[in-house]
Design a protein around this ligand. Sequence first.
Ligand SMILES: *Cc1c(COP(=O)(O)O)cnc(C)c1O
Length: 377
Amino acid sequence: MGFSTARMPRLRTSWERLEESHHWYAIKANSNLKILQHLRKLGCGAVLVSGNELKLALHAGFDLTKCIFNGNGKILEDLVLAAQAGVFVNVDSEFDLENIVTAAKFAGRKVNVLLRINPDVDPQNSKFGIRNEKLQWFLDAVKAHPDELKLVGAHCHLGSTITKVDIFRDAAVLMVNYIDEIRAQGFEVDYLNIGGGLGIDYYHSGAVLPKPRDLIDTVRELVLSRNLNLIIEPGRSLIANICCLVNRVTGVKTNGTKNFIVIDGSMAELIRPSLYDAYQHIELVSPTPPDAEISTFDVVGPVCESADFLGKERQLPTPAKGTGLVVHDAGAYCMSMASTYNLKMRPPEYWVEEDGSVTKIRHGETFEDHIRFFEGL
Ligand SMILES: *Cc1c(COP(=O)(O)O)cnc(C)c1O
């Protein structure tokens, strides 16, 4: 079992066309160091949600003037790191602003901040950002801390798996109005950060979904009309469909009316189906005998949870033991969400070049790695 990256050429094209400086990659989607270095070389900045992600971005060599630290619960210790590193920081709430001020004092550095405004288009996202009726409070609070805070822009993030760019345009219209208001009070703000959240074609329906470039195109004129620098924060749309989880079939069984393909991969490596009931496309990859009977299967792992499935009610040829089975579109929020539940150690990751050559880009974890946590106790 293992994750393999960049298998499919269509993925690579989306990387080639990066309009680099605007793309700040959301590291939480997939934080493999080799992938980070690759995206950094293409010119991407980085979107960080923890102190460790900040350390990883430093390690991967990201330009710190193109990094932003986001989150509704940033802890003081991590904010101090962010202040010392000089990355942009989002202001998410009243207490968050207080903590950023404290961190700035501690680091002895003024922090460049963006106000994360909640444009209220997705109720799923309501724990993040500030509501517009509170905008004035935040502007006054920034004014009260001229030595600690410099307001440089406004940010919003609409949600995830968005398949149409219209709502980004609607949000951008709202956001530039906020920026007009903010500028009218004497702030020199230069950045509009419109967030991430573009979806991909998980269903392999052939739908042509907007790419980060299309998102930029939809808001380009508006952004130019206000002489702003645009930031977008794609995660999934840069990485999801260029990776897959490669599994082996352990066996096939039938319980009553239900048929199961049991594989070595599980919710431990890829939790999206269990967590969100998400669809991920599944295919057998070994040659199957032409007479293999096609049936409806649930594709499940060995983990002791009834939620441990990778796919439900899939029409597939009955596979022999040992057959290869691929779960597609596993590049985002799969390995980065993986656990070692049941002591299934996280699998290795591989990079596949255009010519088919394969390089390991992360070791598989071992039992020895696990037992090390207990050494000396
Ligand atoms: C998670 C996140 C992103 C990336 O979202 P995708 O759906 O992967 O594009 C961007 N910005 C913020 C603030 C996020 O929390």
